[in-house]
Design a binder for this molecule. Structure first.
Ligand code: ADE
Length: 225
């Protein structure tokens, strides 16, 4: 998979890709991530990427021209399956959307700033708009990092234990069950007996029940899906 991220703040975005699973997935050649500084696509002396909004009102709007230049250059080099815009009024990111995006070969992620981008960018380039939650961030970069993290870990070969993404919370509309590790007893707090029994079918049964119970207590809305 190849991910091209268009941003005015590439330095804000780089560090998540320089550690742990994301770093290893890049080193293994399972994913390529490229950052494009929108200011490199401006034609004016001050490299401005935003301007006042027509009709008046507070807040600047990101201009269409640098975005067009950057996207068009990328599209001249390869075909893209998705051009995603990070915005608080997009579709709220969930596991299903992450699963869908993880199957794409080439995607572009555009990070918004200020009041957002000129609507004509959204109308003519963007194939999908994503929000990471009902709150407003200063820009789309942190949202893009969240999206990349959740998508990349689903790419086959990225996680060492292939089954571990499948048992994540949300993967089957259930939250994950509780987990324990050694020691089996600490300060008198014991691990549930069943997990020490070695009876794999019973353990699986227990985990399913716990996942269901946790979902019912914390996120009953998931069970309606
Ligand atoms: N940009 C600003 N707020 C955002 C959000 N909640 N999700 C995605 N991009 C954003």
């Amino acid at each position: 998979m190849r991910i091209d991220i268009i941003t005015v703040l590439p330095e804000l975005l780089k560090s998540p890709f320089e550690a742990s699973i994301l770093k290893r997935s890049i080193e293994k050649g399972l994913v390529e991530v490229h950052f494009h500084n929108l200011r490199d696509y401006t034609t004016n002396k001050y490299k401005t990427v935003d301007d006042y909004q027509f009709g008046g009102g507070a807040g600047m709007v990101m201009m269409i021209e640098p975005i067009d230049k950057c996207i068009s250059k990328l599209q001249s080099q390869r075909e893209y399956n998705e051009i995603i815009y990070m915005t608080p009024d997009g579709n709220r990111l969930n596991q299903q959307i992450a699963n869908e995006i993880s199957l794409k070969e080439n995607i572009i992620i555009l990070c918004g700033h200020y009041k957002g981008v000129d609507q004509r960018v959204r109308d003519n380039f963007i194939t999908r708009e994503i929000s990471i939650g009902d709150y407003v961030l200063s820009g789309g970069e942190l949202g893009a990092a969240v999206l990349c993290d959740t998508v990349i870990r689903l790419i086959p070969g990225v996680l060492n234990d292939e089954t571990s993404a499948l048992t994540d919370s949300f993967q089957d509309n259930l939250l994950a069950p509780p987990v324990y590790t050694r020691p089996a007893e600490y300060k008198g707090w014991k691990v549930p007996e069943i997990l020490l029994s070695g009876n794999l079918p019973e353990i699986e049964n227990w985990r399913e029940q716990q996942a269901y119970k946790r979902t019912q207590e914390r996120r009953p809305d998931l069970l309606d899906k």
